[in-house]
Design a protein around this ligand. Structure first.
Ligand code: ZN
Ligand code: FE
Ligand code: FE
Ligand code: ZN
Length: 267
């Protein structure tokens, strides 16, 4: 279990994470990880919210902060510079421009918004009560497919985040996930096992085992992420993540460099 890289970690620049990047790196070393990638929330292009993402002026600082730990820890661990960017319909061109202004090792794509509704934001949780849950799930998977087709991202993050508050659909979503997995495969998109769901009301990793099997069968490659918003969560529950990956049929995961798959590593 010492080979896994954690590709989903944050920094205080997003306004809702704590700890210095060096503390995240130190914890990764303690956990025996060989690689850590930072993927803090990239500036939102639709609106500004200092509690959700860094702003545009902070992006150079973010890059410098991670470049600094990359160099300082080079002998102990590989540090990759990524970013987690929102898929916002209508903002594709601006997102593309933002992402190409830096040499990122990888870009995580995320769907956190349906229109202006931040459906996974605890502050907007009560809006779920007025929603048709099946409809929300179908809209969510549609946004994932559009994210993949946009080719803006390398890895899609937490691909069933819609279950976060444990709102479960009454209809079977297997067909939606199959279509989504095919869209990922067709656009070379990678999927992640995100262990943070275990710490949320849904109490399971993203995605669930039945969904992950569908991605594996479709031939979609895999990364691992803790979605750490504090240093102690780096690499958290990766033992369970590896079990889930193997149960789904995965035999390897991938690491990125300069937005290309650098290596495939056996699990
Ligand atoms: Zn966050
Ligand atoms: Fe996210
Ligand atoms: Fe995240
Ligand atoms: Zn995330």
């Amino acid at each position: 279990m010492k080979i896994i890289g954690d590709y989903h970690t944050h920094t205080p620049l997003c306004g809702h994470a704590v700890g210095l990047p060096s503390q995240y790196v130190e914890h990764a070393i303690t956990m025996g990880l060989k690689e850590i990638g930072f993927s803090d929330h990239a500036p939102l292009l639709s609106h500004c919210d200092p509690k959700i993402t860094m702003n545009r002026e902070q992006l150079p600082l973010y890059y410098e902060m991670i470049e600094d730990v990359r160099q300082r820890y080079a002998k102990k661990i590989k540090v990759k510079i990524g970013v987690e960017a929102d898929f916002l319909p209508g903002f594709e061109e601006r997102t593309k421009e933002l992402l190409k202004s830096y040499h990122f090792d990888y870009v995580l794509g995320s769907v956190h918004f349906m229109g202006r509704w931040g459906f996974d934001d605890p502050a907007e949780r009560e809006k779920w009560t007025s929603k048709d849950i099946n409809r929300v799930y179908r809209d969510y998977f549609d946004l994932l497919r559009r994210s993949a087709r946009s080719k803006l991202f390398d890895v899609m993050a937490h691909v069933d985040l819609v279950k976060k508050f444990n709102n479960r659909p009454t209809e079977d979503m297997t067909g939606e996930v199959q279509k989504t997995a095919k869209a990922f495969k067709d656009s070379g998109m990678v999927v992640e096992i995100n262990t943070s769901g275990l710490r949320k009301p849904c109490k399971e990793m993203y995605p669930s085992l039945p969904y992950l099997k569908i991605y594996c069968q479709a031939g979609v490659a895999l990364t691992f992420g803790s979605d750490a918003h504090l240093p102690g969560h780096v690499g958290k529950d990766f033992d369970k993540g590896v079990i889930l990956a193997r149960q789904a049929g995965y035999k390897e995961y991938v690491v990125f460099k300069r937005r290309r798959i650098e290596k495939r590593i056996k699990i």
